[in-house]
Design a protein around this ligand. Sequence first.
Ligand SMILES: [Zn+2]
Length: 309
Amino acid sequence: MLRVVVLGAAAGGGVPQWNCGCPICRTARTEHPELQSTQASIAVSTDSEHWFLINASPDLRQQLIATPQLHPKAGQLRHSPIAGVILTNGEVDAVAGLLSMREGSPFTIYAHAKVLAILKANSIFNVLSENNVRRQPIAVDQAFDPGLPDGSPSGIEILPFAVSGKGAWYLEGKVHPGGNDGAGDTLGLRINDKATGKYFYFIAACAGVSDELKARLAGAPLVFFDGTVWRDDELIAAGLGNKTGQGMGHIAMSGDRGAIAALDGLDIGQKVFLHINNSNPALLGGSPERKIAERAGWRIPADGTEIVL
Ligand SMILES: [Zn+2]
């Protein structure tokens, strides 16, 4: 059985964001605390005993406290069910949580060579001693089994693939430690339980949906997809920033070329938005935008949502 727990559904900054007084952040602090959401990450397991994180958000510590499946096993002084962390990009909201995993438990980080180069270039990540935290490169279009702590296969097959996107924001205009060319900065993942053949897709950052991506996703039982903004110019229109969704490497939910239209009619079993920015009106239950998304078969998950395939 393939189990997925949504540890966090929000984009960078979370909901509410520490310095944001937008209507959604304000209401999340006051009348509607149920809107509060931590930064995007999921946990995956096939045996309910060993878990793999997809990205390590800055809110990881809070997410682990809130998720009993990820607590140390009863009777053990030091233990974690987390066997590995798979990184799909090098953004702060995908890697900063690694710094909260520095207390000596062994696990493996799986990431593209470009993202591993970012970790290597930032010496603060050396708090994860290479003696117990292995860094394993993964490559586009090459499936891998992340493996259990004793070296045996986990039975989970993960296929990374390139999706259109951008390098980490803080590297814009800078020399990328992994080189400025080629794919690898933004990965999608196909995660497959080999025993049952059940699988799902994780695509938390995506700038546009190509015909190739549509063909890939068609018929999938479950897709987690980039839900950063409702409208491409949402941050500008709200006076919150000067970047468009596209400028940040994120497709909008709405519009002719948005995610809802692009993934319509693909016979996907469950469509779940992830990485939702606090400016996105689809976060608000009952909003016209939320209704449009739900009518099109999309779900905006609360933190802690568990999906079993
Ligand atoms: Zn806000």
